[in-house]
Design a protein around this ligand. Structure first.
Ligand SMILES: Cc1cc2nc3c(=O)[nH]c(=O)nc-3n(C[C@H](O)[C@H](O)[C@H](O)COP(=O)(O)OP(=O)(O)OC[C@H]3O[C@@H](n4cnc5c(N)ncnc54)[C@H](O)[C@@H]3O)c2cc1C
Length: 408
């Protein structure tokens, strides 16, 4: 009889490695598969905000993560459609001295998480592309695929299979729960530049007029490297199509940014990727399987961040899997607990961000908020509190907040 793992994880990005890391102390017998070898790049803004840091702290990895090549973040800069800029300070470090936000290139960050997973008892195979899922009596019970080093087709059996294989997830497609509703998908492009001026410890989001409701970002990635990109909801792009790469070049060469890019040079191609946003709650479990991270469509609809939620999903999937092993049941009913725990954890923030995404389409409001913040320390402090979640962020989605701003 071939070995039967407790869980097979497809994909060793932040979702898959987190699941393996949370599974280790629970004593689960894990197989982690990825089609790539690490280090590998992943098109991303590379920002690790509060939620990612929270999970890294829980996994006892935050101390080491802050020493990875990259940047420590102390503030968020917002640019309005009219070009007004405001710099909202964040707490630069928590009580333990660990920064509240980091930017670490994914080639480095994912390899860091991968190496931590290698140190667990999990069996890990890279260069293994899963091509098919195995099913018996309506229950997913394994995977088959190509081992790229031998060229052979191999099959592995597991009590549960976790799809942590990104937005084009095989299980999501096979189970017909992969949606392509353009209201809930974002398209983004990213490039690395060297020597963009004035970029040290702040992440910058610019709501440039021509690309509303999208935004242009500039993130410092350490050693004078900048992660530069642009993203927009797909339904908005369909209504008013434009070429994202050209739009990014235009912004870089515009009066507002040209000076900052005068000494800069692109050190990568501009590449695009898709982001399934958590503005809807997608099905993420069934008989013998759970979907994690981008495979479950967990990206913050407003900020485009998905690493934190991917890691949160790894935690809840591993904990649910451990309970399932204890109960000796791997059906949809027992795995439904994963969906409940995950959405209890991320649901409120996802709902607020969905509202903020809608507000972000309104140029008048964006101009007003950023203008007010630029001129008022009190408004900057309020927004800073909301970003740190010390002031309820849902206030940002309330009309009252804007009324108060208007008359302040
Ligand atoms: C342009 C852009 C900017 C972004 N900026 C940010 C940001 O600043 N901060 C943030 O938090 N999030 C950001 N995100 C979102 C973030 O990149 C994702 O949410 C995150 O990568 C999700 O992690 P994951 O583990 O679910 O999937 P992924 O990181 O996509 O990992 C999936 C893994 O599965 C493997 N795989 C895929 N198919 C197979 C297969 N068939 N067999 C075996 N292995 C397979 C892949 O090789 C990969 O290693 C951004 C996304 C984009 C596109």
């Amino acid at each position: 009889m071939p070995e039967q793992y407790d869980m097979i994880i497809i994909g060793a990005g932040p979702a898959g490695t987190s699941a393996a890391l949370y599974a280790a102390p629970l004593g689960l017998n894990v197989l982690l598969l990825d089609k790539e070898a690490f280090p590998r790049d992943k098109i991303c803004g590379d920002a690790l905000s509060g939620k990612s840091m929270e999970i890294l702290r829980e996994l006892n990895l935050a101390e080491e993560a802050q020493k990875l090549p990259g940047a420590h973040i102390h503030s968020v800069v917002f640019g309005s459609p009219k070009g007004v800029v405001t710099d909202i300070p964040m707490k630069s470090a928590s009580q333990d001295g660990i920064p509240t936000g980091l930017v670490v290139p994914r080639k480095i960050f994912d390899a860091f998480l991968f190496e931590k997973a290698v140190q667990t008892p999990a069996k890990i195979i890279t260069g293994f592309e899963v091509r098919n899922i195995l099913e018996e009596n309506g229950q997913i019970c394994g995977v088959s695929g190509i081992n790229r080093s031998s060229g052979r087709v191999e099959e592995y059996r597991g009590k549960m299979v976790l799809g942590a294989d990104g937005y084009h997830s095989l299980i999501a497609r096979k189970k017909k729960i992969h949606d392509r509703n353009p209201d809930h998908w974002i398209t983004a492009v990213r490039a690395y530049y060297k020597n963009v001026s004035g970029l040290e410890h702040q992440i910058e989001l610019h709501f440039v007029d021509e690309i509303i409701p999208g935004y242009f970002w500039l993130f410092p990635a350490g050693d004078r490297l900048a992660n530069v990109g642009l993203g927009i909801v797909q339904s908005a792009l369909q209504k008013r199509p434009f070429n994202l790469k050209k739009a990014m070049d235009n912004i870089i060469n515009s009066n507002t940014f040209a000076e900052r890019f005068e000494q800069a040079e692109a050190v990568s191609k501009t590449e695009g990727w898709n982001l399934p946003a958590a503005s809807i709650r997608r099905k993420n479990y069934g008989n013998g399987f759970m979907l994690l991270g981008d495979a479950a469509g967990l990206i913050d609809p407003f900020t485009g961040e998905g690493i934190g939620n991917a890691m949160v999903s790894g935690k809840h999937a591993a904990e649910t899997a451990a309970k399932a092993v204890q109960a000796g049941r791997f059906d949809a009913e027992i795995l439904a607990e994963y969906d409940r725990k995950l959405w209890n954890h991320i649901g409120a923030e996802a709902r607020t961000s969905t509202l903020l995404q809608k507000i972000g389409r309104n140029k008048t409001l964006l101009n007003m908020v950023i203008n007010k913040a630029a001129g008022s320390a009190h408004v900057r402090e309020t927004l800073s509190g909301m970003m740190a979640n010390t002031i309820p962020r849902k206030n940002l989605a309330s009309p009252l907040f804007y009324m108060k701003l208007l008359f302040s």
